[in-house]
Design a binder for this molecule. Structure first.
Ligand code: C2E
Ligand code: MG
Ligand code: MG
Length: 595
């Protein structure tokens, strides 16, 4: 191979190792310190030979790089052999170099050779006075060079470096944290996690921009972070779009102020550069004590702080044990719900029924089935808490399935007792995205001998719909069966009117926030009046939720609203209590007519 080609292949091998311009690493620094101690020299370095510079992966007593020209390390790389120069000033090859200019006189370097035989650079020790070393010392230097190579190869063999960003990964972080805990046990540190983009943005961008989006985002942020000149701190890539650094003990609030400034610089840096954008970053600060916290605890706390910042529209968040408790509760609830559903759900889950009243006649046509969860430890958990959690997981399918089976069985039982009722159940957008949801509903109805027209499904607007076509198909199937479809909590979502346009439904349930505090004559009342008018004109049956007072009921009747549901009539009741309520309600109505 010609010399040029050989050098090209060597540079390629060096590049592939992703070592150049990476952050310092304790595993290399330990060897460099050892070298300086052993040789009693003020300077030592792991020096890599790049195209025109010697770049120091690890160093004691010197700057980050020197020109390749006249550098003794470059000679080690060229010759692939140990080089000892007792006095650089006396050697015509090196006496014009920056080392001599800066007062360095002695040099000894051992080559860093890969298994494939490429010399990457040298493990070297330098002194400001001329000196001699013996053969044993040369051997020791070669041993240190071999240790450096083992470290480099291990990092690669065990996947400690991310191939795209070139940053040490989570495994390396875990290892380094263990090292730090050994050396500095009991000292306080701050972990800083930078979450580059929210998950939904990543999903969308991956769809639109393709699979290289994440790589671009990561490269851009690595470049940006390097631009911030955070030298002296190792930056790890701990997730697909997450960077982490550990800094010394400091006041969290001060660090927060500094970080906000730096993140603004980072966002400015990224603006308009590439398809990837860094304008939705969130950063979390988590203090911890070395030796007390495991790597997974540190990551979770820092991640949690970043999430917290994102949820409250801030850029930087500091870990808080209080909000972490909330998160832990959420995790615990989800885990408990999963386990409960695997056991069939019985015992802790139940349905309560809230009457729906025809406002004109006062008659109770039916009821909405609402889920209750009585947890042995947490007590009664509101569906307003656990349904949104379940909606972020795959649990909505078994949960709705449980509700569907119980509600339809109850409907059967009531009809057998002679009650002519309709029951509505709540389903999530995720359920309507299930394949053949409508068909499965039909078979449960048929098994129980319940007419589809006795069942209603309520669904809310959701930003999570990813397969609109399937939702529309299911709704169409369900309506063709004869099951009634209602849009729940109307008026609260993001796309209320487009929902009416896109999704087939028979009923609109106006959200209780509009109804509960309704004052006749107010702006709110005009809004409700118009909603009722519009929905009626479009052919929907209109239900008002959260009717708490007779005044509101009177107003709704006047406005032409068809049905009402709320505490004025009844709170949600267990099945037996509901049957009792029905009887007394019917009796009251008869009395009302008789009077
Ligand atoms: P939703 O479907 O809009 O149900 C109405 C909620 O309003 C119920 O709360 C009900 O108890 C409450 N409510 C009814 N009348 C009044 C009133 O006059 N005043 C006030 N302040 N509140 C009233 P709940 O039972 O806590 O359920 C909350 C939400 O949880 C439900 O809102 C529904 O979105 C969801 N949910 C409940 N059960 C299920 C279920 O089986 N499946 C699904 N997917 N979601 C459910
Ligand atoms: Mg509902
Ligand atoms: Mg509602």
């Amino acid at each position: 191979m010609a010399a040029d080609e050989k050098e090209e292949a060597r540079l390629r091998a060096l590049r592939e190792l992703n070592l150049l311009d990476t952050a310092p690493s304790e595993s290399f620094d330990r060897i460099t310190r050892l070298a300086a101690q052993f040789f009693e020299t003020p300077i030592s370095a792991v020096s890599l030979t790049d195209v025109d510079r010697q770049w120091f992966k690890s160093r004691v007593g010197c700057g980050p790089q020197i020109p390749r020209e006249h550098a003794p390390c470059a000679e080690v790389t060229r010759a692939g052999d140990v080089l000892v120069v007792s006095d650089l000033a006396q050697d015509p090859r090196f006496n014009k170099g920056v080392l001599v200019e800066n007062g360095v006189r002695f040099y000894a370097g051992a080559p860093l050779v890969t298994k494939e035989g490429f010399t990457l650079g040298s493990m070297c020790v330098l002194d400001t006075v001329p000196r001699e070393i013996g053969q044993d010392d040369e051997k020791a230097l070669c041993d240190l060079a071999a240790m450096v190579m083992t470290q480099i190869e291990m990092q690669h063999a065990f996947g400690r470096i991310d191939p795209v960003s070139g940053l040490p990964n989570r495994m390396q972080f875990t290892e380094n944290l263990e090292d730090m805990a050994r050396d500095f046990a009991g000292e306080r540190r701050l972990a800083i996690l930078l979450d580059l983009a929210p998950p939904n943005q990543i999903v969308q961008a991956l769809r639109v921009l393709g699979p290289t989006y994440l790589d671009d985002l990561m490269r851009l942020s690595v470049e940006g972070v390097r631009n911030l000149k955070v030298e002296g701190h190792t930056v790890y890539q701990v997730g697909g779009a997450q960077l982490l650094a550990v800094i010394g003990d400091a006041d969290e609030e001060r660090v927060e102020v500094e970080l906000v400034k730096r993140l603004n610089m980072l966002a400015d840096f990224s603006r308009g550069r590439r398809a990837a954008s860094l304008s939705h970053m969130a950063c979390g600060i988590a203090p911890f004590v070395l030796g007390e916290a495991e790597a997974s605890d540190v990551l979770r706390a820092a991640h949690h702080a970043a999430q917290d910042a994102r949820e409250s529209d801030r850029v930087v968040g500091i870990y808080s044990a209080a909000t972490d408790e909330e998160h832990k509760r959420r995790y615990a609830l989800i885990a408990a719900l999963r386990e409960l559903l695997e056991r069939g759900g019985d015992g802790e889950l139940s349905l309560v029924y809230q009457p729906r009243i025809d406002l004109k006649t006062g008659r109770c046509y039916g009821a909405e089935a609402l889920l209750r969860w009585d947890h042995p430890e947490y007590g009664s958990v509101s569906p307003a808490e656990f349904i949104p959690l379940a909606e972020q997981t795959d649990l909505m399918r078994p949960l709705t399935s449980w509700v569907k089976l119980r509600a339809i069985a109850q409907l059967r039982a009531w009809r057998d007792e002679g009650y002519d009722l309709r029951v509505s159940i709540n389903v999530s957008a995720a359920n309507l995205e299930e394949e053949e949801f409508g068909l499965r509903l039909a078979s449960v109805l048929a098994e129980n001998g319940v007419s589809p027209s006795c069942l209603e499904i309520e669904f809310t607007e959701s930003t999570f719909i990813s397969n609109r076509r399937r939702v529309v198909k299911n709704l169409t199937d369900i309506r063709e069966l004869g099951v009634v479809c209602a849009i729940d909590d109307f008026g609260t979502g993001y796309s209320t009117f487009s929902y009416l346009h896109d999704f087939p439904a028979d009923i609109i349930k106006i959200d209780q926030t509009f109804i509960r505090k309704l004052e006749p004559g107010s702006r709110g009342s005009v809004l409700v009046q118009s909603l009722i008018h519009m929905a009626g004109a479009l052919g929907y049956r209109v239900v008002a939720e959260g009717v708490e007072t007779q005044d509101v009921a009177d107003f709704l009747i006047e406005a032409g609203c068809h049905e009402g549901q709320g505490y004025l009539f009844s709170r949600p009741l267990p099945p037996e209590a509901f049957a009792d309520w029905l009887k007394s309600h019917a009796a009251e109505r008869l009395e009302g007519y008789a009077a």
